[in-house]
Write a protein that binds this ligand. Structure first.
Ligand code: GTP
Ligand code: MG
Length: 265
């Protein structure tokens, strides 16, 4: 019986990069895996375990806590993983499986972005010769899709928001919090994003498109941090790409080399 988990992690990426393989390796759940895009349509949900050293050795604790288990001095913390359909450019506007799939990620406070580091799939997930697609393009596109999905939520009935805040004097924080309710975003994160960009005092009626995008992009980084699983490291072309990706975006993301195929085997 898996333990209950209160943390949900979304596994995201373009189609055919190995999301379901990664999910299957982490949860030991048998799911459909195939070398073409949109193998997964309905999300797969399961529990995986994060292993950390247990405090029992230092503190002499004997009982297993209710939220995790200890085996031989290792603590296994359950996390719920959700493996969703692949995302193609323009998903936020409904392309591919689009919004429907993004909606499955609402509750996840952390995302694992599975990237085909071998560059063996094009931007829509079709197989191409290894080394022909640049994984940096995928990293940028995915963050952009999630941001635009959130921008769309914010900009809907924008005039109404402006009236509420600028004229009816409802606190900006409350109005934004309402707008993003359901995404598990906290007031502190919203407030942080506003102050970091000097937008906390600016009337909404004077926000430019860049202000809105900048704010949402910052809020996304704060509220849905992303880790990059650099997948298909078993393919020789992945090595150079991996080094380049770490050099280019290693200060922004944790990039972890993996081979989901090998892990699963
Ligand atoms: N060489 C190699 N192939 C991999 C690796 N991980 C996954 N694959 C292969 O990539 C293909 C796609 O794997 P899936 O797990 O179905 O990919 P997905 O991202 O879930 O695909 P969609 O559900 O269609 O979006 C399969 O043929 C896998 O065997 C890996 O680490 N190395
Ligand atoms: Mg899949």
């Amino acid at each position: 019986m898996p333990l209950q988990s209160h943390v949900q992690i979304g596994i995201v990426g373009k189609p055919n990069v190995g999301k379901s393989t990664f999910f299957a390796a982490a949860t030991m759940i048998d799911v459909k895996i195939a070398p073409y895009p949109f193998t997964t349509i309905e999300p797969n949900v399961g529990v995986g375990y994060v292993r950390i050293p247990c405090v029992c050795r230092d503190l002499g604790v004997k009982d297993n806590p209710r939220n995790s288990i200890c085996i031989d001095g290792n603590r296994f913390i359950p996390v719920e993983l959700i493996d969703v359909a692949g995302l193609v450019p323009g998903a936020w506007q409904g392309r591919g499986l689009g919004n429907q799939f993004l909606d499955h990620l609402r509750r996840a406070p952390v995302l694992i972005h599975v990237v085909d580091m071998a560059g063996a799939t094009d931007e829509e997930g079709r197989l191409v010769k290894p080394g022909t697609h640049d994984p940096l393009v995928d990293i940028e596109f995915l963050a952009n899709e999630v941001t635009m999905w959130m921008v769309q939520m914010l900009s809907k009935d924008w005039d109404k928001l402006v009236r509420l805040v600028d004229y009816a004097k409802k606190p900006l924080l409350d109005v934004l919090y309402d707008r993003f309710s359901g995404l598990g975003i906290t007031q502190a994160q919203i407030s942080d994003a506003l102050t970091k960009l000097d937008l906390d005092k600016k009337p909404l009626s004077r926000w430019s498109d860049d202000d809105m995008r900048g704010f949402v992009s910052m809020l996304r980084e704060l509220s849905k941090p992303m880790v990059i699983a650099a997948n298909k490291m078993d393919i020789p072309e992945a090595e150079d790409n991996y080094r380049r990706v770490v050099k280019e975006v290693g200060n922004k993301y944790r990039v972890i080399p993996v081979s989901a195929d090998y892990e699963l085997a």
